[in-house]
Design a protein. Structure first.
Lengths: 141, 393
């Protein structure tokens, strides 16, 4: 039976660089397939909502403004997302992608966790429609 | 004169692992005379929740049963649902499933080696095996995009294909890990400190292992030939067969070496898959609704046999999903085996089966805390027996 079986390995490790990385000062390149924030490009979207139906975390909402003119807005709740990329898998038109660079999603403000995608005036419309629907009823008397 | 008897409660906050489980050991001096386990602290109601989600949504929920063997859970579920739906999965997808499952086994066993070493007070080995485990985590991240919860499976196939550049990275990682595994295998059978904690402790004979129903590496360490990859090959294990690794000693040392020797098999299978990956599609077409029926799906998780029962009523939701994880089969035998051992051996004995409590806690019996403990007389028990069989008739 050997004594000090690991001594050689321990001494060799003294000459090795640190195994831990000093994040965030030191960064590894982002893995190509890393699943970060979901990005929606609505140009080809037909509004089939397959991404919404099979989202396990109910993190996506597709707001239809005008189905015939293909005006859609996507509301994406980052805080619910499990980053499984099932929506990317489901989209037949390649509208959805998961960014491999945008993955540091911590924020001090809650509003950063709900993201709207779409044309600017469409987003405005969707936002005001939502604000109107959630406005509390005026108190009587 | 009766000796003093103590009951030592362990957990739920500090068992062998960093997971909640409650154990009670009654001891006479240092010797354990009785052991019980109470589970259910990490119960999350996943099986019930599956009944309210569609087939695809359940997949990602079931992936989160276990943080270590997440891929094997989805594989078991996918194989079951695909069989129910009658979907043909392309051979390339099945091979990639096996590839990820074997990489996952490597990461699980190296993690366990670290945990076992830590329980034995051998923290150098713990640090080094976890450092080396980073290699396989990086390989998995490169292949699927995530270190854990890979989301590689979809119903009908896999999401991620393998190219030559990635295959080369995997080969390099496996070469390094193989050399390290040889070293660790040498170490665990020669290091006097580690051997003192493992040799001749928690010995399970072959008969006991079969009778108590041990599964996985814990059973194979007692020379019980039980490995679903060999016994009933699923996914692509018929194309890429695995040799069963058996040990005869049945003690903790055998459980350590069976796991490490199994890794060489995993490395070999990974290399064979990389060399002979079938060509073709990686996804089959999956219907939204699954026709009525029920099926059983069994796979070999890193810890042993993982069992899924899936029942469909013809809609887009499962009627019932039942999961039995290997830890449940292995914990009860350990409670029997604990008797007669030193109390000091309990952490190693428990860690020896690689328990995973969050995997395990599928169901819970809630008793009314207000209710006083009742004791039955013989007459009451007799009546109970008659009543139960009356209802069955």
């Amino acid at each position: 039976m050997k004594i000090t079986t690991m001594l050689g390995d321990v001494l060799r490790s003294l000459l090795r660089p640190n195994s831990t990385q000093q994040y965030p000062a030191e960064r590894q390149p982002d893995p190509e397939r890393l699943r970060g924030k979901l990005v929606w490009n609505g140009e080809k979207c037909t509004g089939c909502a397959l991404c919404v139906k099979e989202c396990p975390a109910l993190a996506i909402e597709l707001i239809t403004l005008d189905k015939a003119a293909k005006r859609f807005v996507m509301r994406y709740h980052i805080y619910r997302c499990t980053f499984c990329a099932q929506c990317v898998e489901n989209c037949r038109f390649g509208c959805l992608q998961m960014s491999n660079t945008d993955w540091e999603l911590a924020a001090a403000d809650k509003s950063a966790f709900t993201v709207y995608y779409g044309k600017e005036h469409d987003i405005e419309m969707a936002r005001s429609a939502q604000a109107a629907s959630t406005k509390p009823e005026p108190a009587e008397g | 004169m009766p000796s003093e008897r103590f009951v030592i409660p362990i957990g739920p906050q500090h068992p062998a692992l960093k997971e909640p489980g409650h154990f009670e050991f009654s001891v006479e001096g240092e010797r354990v005379t009785g052991a019980t386990v109470r589970l259910g602290y990490a119960h999350r109601g996943i099986e019930k929740a599956c009944e309210e989600r569609n087939w695809v949504q359940s997949l990602y929920l079931l992936e989160r049963i276990c943080g270590i063997c997440s891929h094997i859970h989805t594989t078991a579920y996918c194989l079951g649902v695909e069989r129910l739906a009658g979907v043909e999965v392309p051979p390339r997808a099945q091979a990639i499933r096996v590839l990820i499952a074997e990489l996952e086994r490597v990461h699980s066993h190296l993690l366990w080696l670290g945990v076992a070493a830590h329980e034995a007070g051998f923290d150098t080995l713990f640090m080094y095996s976890w450092r080396d485990r980073e290699t396989v985590m990086d390989v998995l991240e490169g292949l699927t995009g995530n270190r854990v919860n890979y989301s590689a499976n979809v119903l009908g196939g896999v999401k991620y294909d393998l190219d030559e550049a990635r295959a080369e990275t995997i080969r390099k990682g496996v070469d390094y890990l193989e050399a390290r595994t040889y070293y660790y295998l040498e170490l665990v059978v020669h290091d006097p400190v580690f051997v003192q904690r493992t040799r001749g402790i928690g010995t399970v004979t072959r008969e006991q292992a079969e009778w108590l129903g041990l599964v996985g590496p814990a059973a194979r360490a007692s020379n019980v030939a039980r490995d679903l990859r060999v016994e009933s090959p699923y996914a692509a294990y018929d194309l890429f067969p695995v040799q069963m690794v058996l040990e005869t000693a049945g003690d903790l040392e055998a459980r350590v070496s069976v796991r490490l020797k199994e890794l060489f098999e995993s490395y070999r299978v990974i290399r064979t898959i990389l060399d002979k990956l079938p060509t073709g599609e990686i996804k089959g077409r999956m219907p939204k609704k699954v026709r009525e029926g029920e099926t059983v799906s069994r796979v070999e998780a890193p810890r042993g046999e993982l069992f899924y029962f899936i029942k469909s009523n013809g809609t887009d939701k499962a009627e019932r999903v039942k999961v039995r994880t290997p830890t449940l089969c292995n914990l009860a035998p350990m409670m029997t085996l604990a008797i007669g051992h030193q109390l000091a051996d309990m952490p190693m004995l428990l860690a020896g089966v690689d328990p995973c409590f969050s995997c395990n806690d599928r169901s819970i019996v809630v008793r009314n805390a207000q209710e006083a403990e009742t004791r039955w007389t013989w007459e009451q028990l007799r009546r109970y027996g008659i009543e139960v069989y009356k209802c069955k008739r």
